[in-house]
Design a protein around this ligand. Structure first.
Ligand code: NAI
Length: 251
């Protein structure tokens, strides 16, 4: 790069950006100068977030797509890469739960959770790999969960999907590491968002007792880890799982 050229604006796709952890990640990456493509199912909250980011001098665009629909999701990624002529960062954050004890879990509860939490990450990575390879740079982050590392009663589907993200990420790290592309997992513990809002107080109290850091997590705790993992300087960190869980699992 010559002395007069400025560094290119990195383009980042963040799924599940309409609220919770994804929103915190999007705000953080935008504050750090990324152009953030906000993905979720419905447009309205994404447009609000886009306006919020632009009002504070950041860059963002909103893209309403159901990532559970593989064709639509892959096409959306291709559209972003075509429009911007680059794609640098993919944060597979969107996720759902359909909790049930295994004896009662339906095929549909199993399949929906595997599709949205795991298959969408594979589809997203496959579509993002080519533009990242063209740019000789890529940062892929899959948001898993400590449930995927230590299991959680009532979450056979969710824990299986989150655990599989670790194997997926390590394999992608090995396949694409020579192309300047890293792939890592950030595994949150208990984070206060809409997903966890309905947990009974006694469960929250029990969780608190298991934490080394004596508070529940907030979405910004996860955004801070994603910020580092997606930074240019994190070039030598790949195939890793970073548990951001207040010291709950220490694994
Ligand atoms: P949330 O329920 O507050 O938000 C989920 C986001 O994903 C929303 O923006 C929603 O629109 C989007 N989404 C869901 N299905 C989608 C689909 N088919 N297509 C497009 N977008 C879709 O969840 P939260 O708490 O912010 O969690 C974010 C990620 O962190 C998830 O992967 C979750 O499994 C994981 N996680 C959360 C923990 C927590 O304590 N909140 C703990 C461990 C992991």
């Amino acid at each position: 790069m010559s002395g007069t050229e400025t560094a290119p604006t990195r383009v980042a796709i963040v799924t599940g950006a309409s609220r919770g952890i994804g929103k915190a990640i999007a705000l953080r990456l935008a504050r750090e100068g990324r152009h953030v493509v906000l993905v979720a199912r419905s447009a309205a909250p994404l447009n609000d977030l886009k306006s919020q980011i632009e009002a504070s001098g950041g860059k963002a665009s909103a893209l309403a797509v159901d990532i559970g629909d593989g064709k639509a999701w892959a096409a959306a990624i291709e559209q972003v890469a075509d429009e911007h002529k680059r794609l640098d960062i993919l944060v597979n954050n969107a996720g759902i739960t359909r909790d049930n004890l295994v004896l009662r879990m339906s095929d549909e509860e199993w399949a929906d959770v595997i599709n949205v939490n795991l298959t969408s990450a594979f589809v997203g990575i496959r579509a993002a790999a080519r533009p990242m390879m063209r740019g000789k740079f890529g940062r892929i982050v899959n948001i898993a969960s400590t449930s995927g590392l230590v299991g959680n009663a009532g979450q056979a589907n969710y824990a299986a999907a989150k655990s599989a993200l670790l194997g997926l990420s390590k394999t992608i790290a090995r396949e694409l590491g020579g192309k300047g592309i890293t792939c890592n997992v950030v595994a949150p513990g208990y984070i206060e968002t809409d997903m966890t809002a309905n947990l009974p107080q006694e469960i929250k109290d029990k969780l608190l007792g298991m934490l080394a850091v004596k508070r529940l997590g907030i979405a910004d705790d996860i955004a801070a880890a994603v910020s580092y993992v997606t930074s240019d300087e994190a070039a030598y960190l790949t195939g890793q799982t970073i548990c951001v869980d207040g010291g709950m699992t220490m694994c």
